[in-house]
Design a protein around this ligand. Structure first.
Ligand code: ATP
Length: 336
């Protein structure tokens, strides 16, 4: 969890911190409940503002998130987020994209720990092919891929912060085909050089291959929006399950913490979702809120619970969500 860094204000946690809790749809509420139980046991002290946002809300009201919800979120220090299903509405605007853009959450930080591996994917979160600049036609559609110097610089700086004290930074791109990636590569290289970091670059197709055949060569990867999205699901598969992985979406003032999986409608309501990604997201949140020891304690308890055989069906086990929560709570108790 050292991955996420600390709130840029470097604040110390106090009871006055406000966290917007958005459980969302599908398994979102199941795994967020688990994360909150673990945070309670760890002694996390913050005010919770529960917000009903997502597909369920859309089905009842025709709106997944209102402007008032967004304003309420902006009043909070950060967000703990479960997962949201996409409503079957052609005019639907993704809640996550609205939050990422509305709060300028430019850095998506995804640590992958498991199967003897430990690496971080740092994904630019606001531009690239997710620019939202699209022309949709019957015979032809276009999406504009946007790479800016400022956007590249700030994600490179964040990746370099995370790579400091670690082994190496790998810049992942496709600059042999996409001219927009030449700017990304040039900017990332120069930031890494200024920070005197060991740095290499790799084409995204080679990175996809190496993640499977040689994953322990990676340490910190930095890449653009779509490549980061795809590589991180691949990375989750490499370490064992989507259900294990957490993420932080960090901006200059705010941050949103969420497991990287979606709402998993196929297993929702069955009580078998793996809560580890959500629990680890809670730990990343505490790190950002200025409680690194609490974050470390949670992460150690998760690792011990997994090592002790606590496994949901996605990992080949037979545990239920609640069993994993209890195993993590027991490990935390044992640390005292
Ligand atoms: P969405 O549209 O919300 O992204 P999805 O089903 O397309 O939903 P995911 O929710 O990420 O995408 O699920 C992909 C697969 O991984 C599903 O089979 C799901 O059951 C499984 N999965 C995802 N998260 C978990 C979890 N926490 N525990 C167990 N299995 C999971």
């Amino acid at each position: 969890t050292g991955a996420v860094g600390q709130g840029e204000q470097g604040w110390k946690m106090s009871g006055s911190k406000r966290v917007a809790v958005i459980p969302g749809d599908g398994i979102g509420p199941e795994v967020v409940r688990s994360a909150l139980e673990v945070l309670d046991a760890a002694g996390a002290d913050f005010e919770r503002i529960f917000l009903d946002i997502g597909c369920g809300r859309w089905q009842r009201t025709g709106q997944a998130m209102s402007d008032e919800d967004l304003a309420a979120v902006k009043e909070c220090d950060c967000i703990l987020f479960g997962a949201i299903s996409t409503p079957p509405d052609p005019n639907y605007r993704s809640v996550l994209l609205r939050l990422r853009k509305g709060l300028d959450l430019y850095a998506n930080i995804r640590p992958f720990r498991g199967s003897g591996l430990d690496f971080i994917i740092v994904r630019e979160n606001t531009e690239g092919l997710y620019s939202g600049l699209e022309e949709v036609g019957v015979e032809e559609s276009r999406t504009l891929r946007v790479v800016t110097r400022r956007g590249s610089e700030r994600i490179a700086e964040k990746a370099c912060d995370l790579a400091t004290g670690r082994r190496r930074l790998t810049i992942v791109h496709k600059s042999n085909v996409l001219r927009s990636d030449r700017l990304f590569l040039e900017v990332c290289r120069s930031v890494a050089a200024r920070r005197a970091l060991d740095c290499e670059d790799m084409l995204v197709d080679a990175a996809a291959y190496n993640l499977v055949v040689n994953p322990d060569r990676f340490d910190v990867l930095v890449t653009t929006n779509l490549f980061g999205d795809i590589l991180s699901d691949e990375a989750a598969g490499v370490i064992g399950s989507l259900g294990l992985c957490a993420s932080a979406n960090v901006g200059p003032a705010k941050a949103l913490f969420e497991p990287i999986h979606g709402s998993a409608p196929d297993i929702a309501g069955k009580g078998i979702a793996n809560p580890v990604g959500a629990i680890r997201s809670g730990a990343m949140m505490m790190q950002w809120l200025g409680e690194p020891q609490m974050a470390e304690r949670i992460e150690k308890a998760v690792e011990a619970a997994l090592a002790g055989g606590a496994r949901t069906p996605d990992l080949g086990g037979q545990c239920r969500t609640e069993d994993i929560t209890q195993a993590v709570l027991r490990e935390m108790g044992g640390q005292n």
